[in-house]
Design a protein around this ligand. Structure first.
Ligand code: ZN
Length: 161
């Protein structure tokens, strides 16, 4: 009996320990490039806040912020978006959606689209940060067609400021 209790305690400790472990920030800080910053500035300030916190943990690039009518419909036509203008959260001013990707300097174009593990890690960090900052979001990860880079503000989220 005593042995069982001890074993249970060890298992619970291991489980609790792994789920409570907070990710570590980068030792060498990363910074957004000029294009990323320009794109980020077209986004709602709460999405900007998430991105600026995220880059402390992982080097990331901003693929897209606001999309105007022409850009949205060309994204629709090329299959990058499932919505036509003005139905995407990217079409709001400021944009209520941002597309982010892990940045790797040694990869052509900076983004390894096959590295789903890295996208997963990025999205988990976004989730953690949004929770900490009480920003309600929806993740493209949870869409039926899995849009890994996509982070949008929940319709109920009006803003923290
Ligand atoms: Zn998107």
């Amino acid at each position: 009996m005593k042995l069982w209790i001890e074993l249970l305690r060890i298992i619970l400790k291991a489980l609790g320990g792994s789920s409570l472990k907070k990710p570590e920030k980068l030792e060498t800080p990363a910074a957004f490039g000029k294009r990323s910053l320009e794109r980020l500035e077209t986004c709602h300030e709460d999405l900007q806040e998430i991105a600026h916190e995220l880059i402390k943990y992982m080097d990331v690039t901003v693929l897209c912020g606001h999309r105007g009518e022409r850009e949205q419909n060309s994204a629709f036509n090329s299959g990058h978006s499932r919505l036509m203008f003005p139905r995407s959260k990217h079409n709001k001013t400021p944009s209520r959606a941002v597309d982010l990707a892990p940045y790797q300097g040694n990869v052509p174009g900076g983004v390894d689209w096959k590295d789903i593990g890295r996208f997963k890690k990025m999205v988990e960090l976004v989730e953690m940060i949004a929770k900490e900052k009480k920003i309600k979001i929806r993740l493209g990860r949870d869409f039926s067609f899995k849009d890994w880079p996509h982070v949008e503000l929940h319709d109920k989220h009006k803003g923290n400021k």
